[in-house]
Design a protein. Sequence first.
Length: 127
Amino acid sequence: VSNPMPEFVGGEHELWRFLALNIKYPEVANKAGYEAHVIAQFIVEKDGTISHAKVKKIKEGAYDSRCRVYGYKVEEKDYPELKPQAKEALEKEVIRIVEMMPKWNPGQKNGKPVRVRYNLPISFQLN
């Protein structure tokens, strides 16, 4: 018996498309020159709804991941004093986007839907 993991409706390609169309690089993070790799964590419930969205980990500097969000550096100099606000802004943006996701196909165990904790990596990078 296969126990499929939860899946965004339409598959991984549609998940990355949803993120690309909806996620925004926070202005304060852009101004601060702040890049980070964020691991979002959430629960895909038995009915496919998303709950308990949080940031599991945030690591400064951009790292490879399947989803990259690009910002465009406009300022000539960075504003390091904005770093704490920039970090908070990225966290809020990741939670916002996770909470607005449509229902997923739920994970299953022995043919029955189950709650599954899911980790989603998102990299914020400046061009």
